[in-house]
Ligand binder design. Structure first.
Ligand SMILES: Nc1nc2c(c(=O)[nH]1)N[C@H]1C(S)=C(S)[C@@H](COP(=O)(O)OP(=O)(O)OC[C@H]3O[C@@H](n4cnc5c(=O)[nH]c(N)nc54)[C@H](O)[C@@H]3O)O[C@H]1N2
Ligand SMILES: Nc1nc2c(c(=O)[nH]1)N[C@H]1C(S)=C(S)[C@@H](COP(=O)(O)OP(=O)(O)OC[C@H]3O[C@@H](n4cnc5c(=O)[nH]c(N)nc54)[C@H](O)[C@@H]3O)O[C@H]1N2
Ligand code: SF4
Ligand SMILES: [Mo]
Length: 811
């Protein structure tokens, strides 16, 4: 029998369960099943970084529903709309069930032997002719820890290529960079439990209400109780989160550093610096003080458009609050001066001494469910166990662990970041690109360029996915992957909490887990260690987890006392979990000692403006020895600003009902009905100036490309337009509609994260005849992409409001 405990489409967050500050968050179990399950299998939701514990309901070998896990510290039983609905994608008819190989220009079914032989042959030939530097990996924030670790070892000790990164570069590279710059290592100082006691919340460029719905339920439960925390939101749009703010600052896009410097200025001016903490536990305060001196509220208003009085109101709260939890996400990470801005939030906590104690914590948020593990295991541009690529002893540790010569492990320069991997593919030095669990033909900036690169004759493209995505359509080989629920593994949420998610059903057809694919590749490539034994000594998820534990010993993300059995006991557990902390660690840095000493740190740091690396010698000469590093910076203007030709700012982001490129949520009827198509959100002023009415088609053009979207008018400031970037061409090839047709290939100098949050665009009312030029090019591109005849221009059509009444378009 289908049943659900609540309608999460109509009522996103469900009923309140208020509690007083410091009391535990009450449980509320959300459940949705399409049939009565025969059994329940322990899982964890993979549709955002919150990592909500759940059980997967199974009947006749198929997933039939999910139920929140009441005992889990992360969600206490709650699930949001994506969690309750997104699993249906596992059962969809169009899952990939066999490998595909491109023959005579067409992707055709093949056997695993044929596909893997081809990949191995190509890898061997490339290594022989061009070295392993001709092979690149573009992986994900959505695999399991065990899969990343295996991949990382294959890349670093098997092949020895520096070219491995994840889509985490687009997502949380800045979280990692900011934590490294301030504290010496990745790892969130705070804990979700700090939300249950804090007096104040600061959300910077983070629409938590829509993007971490269960975390927002936790906050709403505090807001509904006596002594609610005050909430400061910094976001240019009037989001669901901003609606509940005590103070909402709406800066112009790209001006975060100006606003944050202004807040630091006000705290210092109010004399509310915790001088004892600053002196004992930090370095660099004097430079911060002199840098922010000029950022008066009036000057900040000039730079950012935030009224001076509003900045003062926020400054007063931040100067006086006794506890503070800050969250930072894409409005910072994907914008100008990403790392520089994220670091200013760390500074705000440091100068007030609001870190390492109950109610005070920093969450440099993750977005994807397993992004933390891409970083921990070194499947991105990091080394496993938060090791420092410019510390020779750290490289030796890895060489000993894997029993390989030190020089096999690429460490002569920083690991190649994703944007540079794509550039090397474009230039031709990378000749094989293996893409796993990411859909760059929709999610990368400047899609025209991405398609050109994927289509290059001299680039061999492998795509490992569960669906024939926009990206898979360009591949030379497609490998069918098992999804969540069809494989076992672990992953870590933004609160450092490790969860297990178990195999509940078999994958469809011949689909295989990513772990099995990597293990098979390693076997076929015959990677060996220094004693001639197989390099990869593990064979299933649990043995991989055990191997990973050894890699983390003594590092900040120490997993050594964690086991699958502990993880199955009813809740996720936050790392470090070791002899000293067998049950995990709620909060880091309670002793005010940070992992910054030269021998231990994950990085020696970079210049926030240029990204220039600090040399080991320089760092050692001023070794912070356990003190946090306060780094200051001035505001700089975005790289592309509106001008006469392109007079409007574009920003892009998400909606509550969809996850990314919709390969999962787009296959749920309910979610799709709630958010059926892309749109362009315009202010009434800008719409009127262009003669555009609500629901009419709009042509949006940038220097890179064009899209055609329906207009939605309101809830946005004049001069700014917003497009949700979820919508590609797989289920609607009729028009160019992916926001990334418009975005630019620019990135932060420190984290190398691309700037999705601003671009200059122009708009016009779109009438059915496609004008020549740009639009023609975009239509051609879509046509090539989907291999179908030129799409007819869409007929103008009024937009149908969602069934959910009274909700805002930014939801
Ligand atoms: N429903 C849903 N939830 C998700 C996801 C999803 O696709 N759908 N994806 C997950 C992932 S991987 C991620 S990374 C997170 C992302 O979660 P968020 O970062 O919350 O999501 P975004 O909508 O990308 O951007 C957040 C906000 O940044 C604001 N912004 C734009 N420019 C600026 C600026 O210059 N300054 C400031 N201060 N703000 C600005 C936008 O108005 C937007 O409201 O969500 C996760 N959760
Ligand atoms: N304009 C704009 N662009 C953006 C952003 C933005 O805010 N604005 N945000 C950026 C951010 S934060 C992110 S995280 C990226 C996300 O961008 P993508 O990673 O491209 O988005 P997804 O749709 O999540 O793609 C994941 C793919 O992995 C597949 N998959 C899921 N699970 C598995 C698995 O277990 N194994 C395998 N092999 N495949 C699997 C899915 O079917 C899907 O095709 O987009 C970025 N792009
Ligand atoms: S908040 Fe995130 S992890 Fe939790 S149910 Fe929603 S999508 Fe899943
Ligand atoms: Mo993300």
């Amino acid at each position: 029998m289908p049943s659900e405990t609540r309608n999460s489409i109509e009522d996103i967050w469900g009923d309140r369960t208020p509690h007083a500050a410091g009391q535990p968050w009450p449980a509320r179990v959300d459940e949705r099943v399409t049939q009565t399950p025969e059994r329940w299998v322990r899982g964890t939701c993979v549709l955002c970084s919150n990592g909500c514990g759940l059980d997967i309901g199974v009947k006749d070998g198929r997933i039939v529903g999910v139920r929140g896990l009441a005992t889990d510290v992360t969600n206490r039983g709650r699930l949001g709309p994506k969690g309750l609905h997104g699993w249906v994608a596992n059962n969809s008819e169009d899952r990939l069930t066999t490998p595909l190989i491109r023959r005579d220009g067409q992707l055709q079914a093949a056997t695993w032997d044929e596909a893997m032989d081809l990949i191995v042959q190509r890898s061997r030939a490339l290594v022989k002719e061009h070295t392993a530097g001709s092979i690149g990996f573009y992986t994900s924030g959505q695999l399991f820890l065990e899969e990343y670790y295996t991949l990382g070892v294959i890349g670093k000790a098997g092949l020895g290529t520096p070219h491995m990164d994840g889509n985490t570069r687009l997502c949380t590279a800045t979280a990692a960079a900011a934590l490294k710059e301030s504290f010496g290592s990745d790892g969130q100082p705070g804990s979700y439990e700090d939300l249950d006691v804090t007096d104040c919340l600061l959300h910077v460029g983070h629409n938590v209400a829509s993007q971490q719905t269960v975390l927002w339920m936790r906050i709403l439960d505090r807001l509904a109780a006596p002594n609610p925390p005050r909430v400061i939101v910094i976001d240019p749009r009037q989001t669901f989160t901003a609606e509940r703010a005590t103070v909402h600052l709406a800066p112009r896009v790209g001006t975060n550093v100006a606003v944050l410097n202004g807040l630091l200025h006000l705290i210092i001016r109010a004399g509310r610096v915790d001088t004892a903490f600053v002196q004992a536990h930090t370095v660099g305060f004097d430079e911060l003080k002199s840098t922010v001196e000029t950022y008066t509220p009036e000057y900040v208003e000039e730079l950012s458009g935030v009224p001076a009085a509003d900045l003062r109101a926020a400054g007063e709260i931040l100067a006086s609050t006794e506890t503070l939890v800050s969250t930072v996400l894409q409005g910072v990470y994907q914008s100008m001066q990403a790392t520089a801005a994220a670091v200013q939030v760390n500074n705000l906590h440091l100068i007030r001494g609001l870190i390492g104690k109950p109610g005070s914590g920093i969450l440099q948020m993750n977005g994807q469910p397993t992004a933390q593990n891409t970083r921990e295991t070194g499947a991105d541009g990091d080394l496993p166990g938060f090791r420092n690529w410019s510390n020779p002893e750290h490289i030796r540790q890895l060489a000993r662990l894997w029993n390989v010569p030190v020089n096999v492990i690429p460490h002569w320069s920083p690991p190649t970041h994703a944007m540079q991997i794509w550039r090397y593919c474009e230039q031709g030095s990378i000749k094989m690109l293996w893409i796993q669990a990411t859909n760059p033909a929709v999610s990368m900036p400047d899609l025209g360029r991405v398609r050109r690169i994927l289509d290059k004759d001299d680039l061999f493209v492998i795509v490992q996915d569960a669906f024939l995505t926009e990206t898979a359509r360009h591949a030379d080989v497609v490998l069918p992957a098992a999804l969540w629920g069809e494989k076992t593994g672990t992953f870590t949420n933004v609160s450092r909490t490790v969860h297990i998610s178990c195999k509940a059903v078999e994958p469809p057809g011949q689909a295989r887990s990513d772990l099995d694919i990597f293990l098979d590749y390693a076997r076929r490539m015959d990677f060996r260690d220094g004693d001639g034994q197989p390099l990869i000594k593990w064979h299933d998820p649990e043995s991989t987890f055990e191997a990973w534990k050894a890699c983390t010993r003594g590092r900040p993300c120490d997993y050594t006392a964690l086991t699958y059995d502990k993880l199955l006991a009813g809740s996720g557990i936050p790392w470090p979990v070791n002899e000293q902390h067998p049950d995990g660690t709620k909060r880091l840095y309670e002793d005010g000692v940070f992992p910054t000493s030269a021998d231990y740190a994950e990085t020696y740091g970079q210049d926030l403006d240029t990204g220039a690396a600090v040399s080991p010698e320089e760092y050692r000469a001023n070794d912070p020895q356990g003190r946090a590093v306060i780094k200051a910076t001035h505001y700089r203007e975005p790289h592309e600003v509106p001008d006469e030709a392109y007079p409007l700012w574009l920003t892009t982001g998400r909606q509550v009902y969809h996850f990314h490129t919709r390969t999962k949520t787009g296959r749920s009827e309910e979610l799709n009905r709630a958010a059926p198509d892309a749109f362009v959100q315009l202010s009434a002023e800008d719409a009127a100036a262009a003669g555009i009415e609500d629901g009419e088609w709009v042509l949006v053009e940038s220097r890179r490309g064009v899209v055609i979207e329906r207009a939605r008018i309101g809830h946005i400031v004049p001069g700014l337009v917003f497009i949700p970037w979820h919508y590609g061409s797989w289920d609607d090839p009729s028009r160019p509609r992916a926001a990334n047709e418009l975005t630019l290939s620019e990135w932060d100098p420190v984290s190398k994260q691309p700037h999705f949050k601003y671009a200059a665009v122009r708009i016009s009312r779109y009438t059915a005849t496609p004008p020549p030029g740009l639009l023609g090019r975009a239509v051609d591109a879509v046509q090539r992409l989907v291999g179908s005849p030129a799409p007819a221009a869409p007929a103008p059509q009024p937009h149908t409001p969602r069934p959910t009444t009274g909700q805002r378009v930014d939801g």
